[in-house]
Ligand binder design. Sequence first.
Ligand code: PMP
Ligand code: GLN
Length: 397
Amino acid sequence: MTSSSRSARPPLNRRLAEFGTTIFAEMSALAVRTGAINLGQGFPDTDGPEEIREAAVRALRDGRGNQYPPGPGVPELRTAVAAHQQRRYGLTYDPDTEVLVTAGATEAIAAALLGLLEPGDEVIALEPYYDSYAACIAMAGGTRVPVTLRPHEQSFRLDLDELRDAVTDRTRLLLVNTPHNPTGTVLTREELTAIAELAVERDLLVVTDEVYEHLVFDEAEHLPLATLPGMRERTVTIGSAGKSFSFTGWKVGWVTSTPELVSAVRSAKQFLTYVASGPFQYAVAEALALPDTYFEEFRADMLAKRDLLASGLSDAGFEVFRTAGTYFITTDIRPLGESDGFAFCRALPERAGVVAIPNAVFYDHREAGAPFVRFAFCKRTEVLADATQRLRKAFAH
Ligand code: PMP
Ligand code: GLN
């Protein structure tokens, strides 16, 4: 091959070409470059519990997990995941055959889709969706079929008829996310029951990303899909220590499901990372056993931050959607006389010294997401106060 013929073909394959660089990397780089406050990428600016950090240090010092841990995850963590699902939701999983530890929820999503899909299978995902879903469906050779959550009374809701109409003979899997990033929607019992009934009726698998399970506010309740009738045997549930314990850099996630489904996910996972995060797995095992007070305080702290950011955004003139779960607020920028979230977010560091995420990147139907912009509130109170003051100054007149 001559060098000219080699350069004629772009190195990135067609499956991935449409995805470019993730918006999180782009916007965090913009924040660093401009010195703006980063309310874009969702990571806490303080670490999780000190005793859990110490547990990781102890594991490192004691030589636990410094060499390859077992493929499915260390037994202590698998047991802790099973105990957590039992204690919180009454779901029983065998730690040896029904729990799999992954390199964050990101790998769990990838391995589930790579392990469960045949090329050409259709996957229904709730749009807007977390960006790795589309890329992983593409890498697995699947076809994504978005069902759009629509604004309704200050939140985004699922149209159940639209969901039913999206199912075809080629549909293999429903990819659900509740609490939902980026809208902050928590699917209701009625919505989840309809999803479950559809999955049973059409014999579909369900992969459910529940990484924000501990961040639900007000009267909202997190209901794991696997608890609904007929669902445990067809549902792959995903959790993450990054979200529940504020250690996003540790990359510890997990999957719970039936032995057959876990085995399919593991078949793909073993060729992705094989294993990851050895010493951190021991620390997360301790985190999952923290008393209820930890989870209550975590939630109360985030709730206060939500209220602070929501009122600041509202004062600045944004239309603010109600966040029932997650640590994100979705806003509508049209009351500010703006309609293009991309352009708005690119200009925001200059105009206001703040970075946010344009929700359009989470849509196939980009126009449906164009006026929506997401802000993260998992930041220190003084940072949120500073950011809201900047936004008020830039926009409120
Ligand atoms: N799913 C959702 C909905 C998320 O928001 C995130 C992002 N943090 C992930 C999965 C990835 O989680 P992890 O950092 O554990 O890979
Ligand atoms: N889940 C985080 C968010 O939605 C970002 C994770 C990432 O950067 N991949 O902001």
